[in-house]
Each structure stands twice: as structure tokens, then as C-alpha cells.
Design a protein around this ligand. Structure first.
Ligand code: CTP
Ligand code: ZN
Length: 160
């Protein structure tokens, strides 16, 4: 076939099988695949069919992770949060083994209701009916209420 081997490997080295229908989250920063699963709320207990490749060779990134979820498409909220930990990720929608849609994630200006503030004194964590809101910075996120900035470990703020 005429498929380009951009990623510097041949088909005999394909590490993760193709999926029939669902979503492939590709070009995830090496080491972030488990955080991608956390954002999607996948821990295997619901019987989801998921394949994960970690630290596989890639040309765009030195090493990439890849997550393939059978039978599921992602919400915009999920994609927004993914962009915080996997800014170079590509979301591929697959149907009947074909990629029917491909787009890069985009960092949103803010995310609402998906991260919880690590500051125990924040109004969003005190049991008040306040939806969390974080502004997205170049290198992290900032709580819109108490201005706490989180640069590392954003995945641990995910409200599940
Ligand atoms: N893929 C898959 N199952 C399919 C079709 C594609 O798991 N039925 C995966 C491929 O293995 C690849 C990703 O989805 O990791 C994107 O597929 P494709 O667009 O065909 O590959 P590339 O052209 O290499 O993608 P890109 O240019 O985004 O790197
Ligand atoms: Zn806060």
C-alpha cells in the first residue's frame, strides 16, 4: 500500500492493533497514557475495550503514548482536559476500521467543572454549590476563585 511510515516503523512493528469503531488518541506525550485514561474515567472495571501503547517511537515526539478506546467518542469537555496534559494529541474517530475524522486538540481558555481546586480554603471545595473554574495558562492552570496555580500534576486534580 502507499501508506507513509511517518513514525519510523514498519507495519510488522505495529504495537497496538487497529480498532473497529471508536477513538484513537494519538501523539500523547510519552508517559501520559495513564493520565489520559484517568481523564476518560477508564479503569477497566466497566469492561471497556482499551489498548494502550507507551513510549513507542514517533517522529513528531521523541516517544509517544497512544490510547485506543473501542466503541466510544469523546465529549468536548474531555478533549479540553486532555489538551492540558497532551497538547500535541490527535483525536482520530474511527468507524468500520477507517479514520473518518482527525483533529488536533486545542487548549481552551478555561475549563469548568472538571478539575477540583487543591486549596482546601477555596470556595469551590467547601461544599458550596460553586462549579470549579480554571483558567488555562501556557504552563498550567489557575483557579478563577482563589488564584491557586497548578503547573505540575494537573491530572491529579481531575474530579471523577
Ligand atoms: N488507527 C487504529 N485503528 C484504525 C485506524 C487507525 O488504531 N482502524 C490508528 C492508527 O494506528 C494511528 C491512528 O489511528 O495510530 C491514526 O491513523 P491514520 O490517520 O491512518 O495514521 P497516520 O496517517 O499515521 O496518522 P497521523 O498523520 O495523525 O500521524
Ligand atoms: Zn481555588
Amino acid at each position: 500500500d502507499d501508506h507513509d511510515h511517518h513514525d519510523g516503523h514498519d507495519d510488522h512493528e505495529l504495537r497496538v492493533s487497529k480498532i473497529r469503531s471508536g477513538t484513537v488518541i494519538d501523539h500523547v506525550r510519552g508517559g501520559q497514557a495513564l493520565n489520559v485514561l484517568a481523564i476518560l474515567g477508564i479503569d477497566g472495571s466497566d469492561g471497556e475495550e482499551v489498548s494502550v501503547g507507551m513510549n513507542v517511537p514517533s517522529d513528531r515526539l521523541a516517544r509517544k503514548d497512544i490510547v485506543k478506546v473501542e466503541g466510544r467518542e469523546l465529549s468536548q469537555d474531555e478533549v479540553d482536559v486532555l489538551s492540558l496534559i497532551a497538547p500535541d494529541a490527535t483525536i482520530n474517530i474511527v468507524r468500520d476500521y477507517e479514520v473518518i475524522e482527525k483533529h488536533r486538540v486545542e487548549r481552551p481558555g478555561a475549563v469548568e467543572g472538571v478539575l477540583s481546586c487543591p486549596n482546601p480554603g477555596c470556595i469551590t471545595t467547601g461544599g458550596e454549590p460553586v462549579v470549579s473554574r480554571f483558567e488555562v495558562l501556557d504552563d498550567g492552570v489557575r483557579c478563577a476563585y482563589c488564584e491557586t496555580i497548578v503547573r505540575r500534576g494537573i491530572a491529579s486534580l481531575i474530579d471523577t
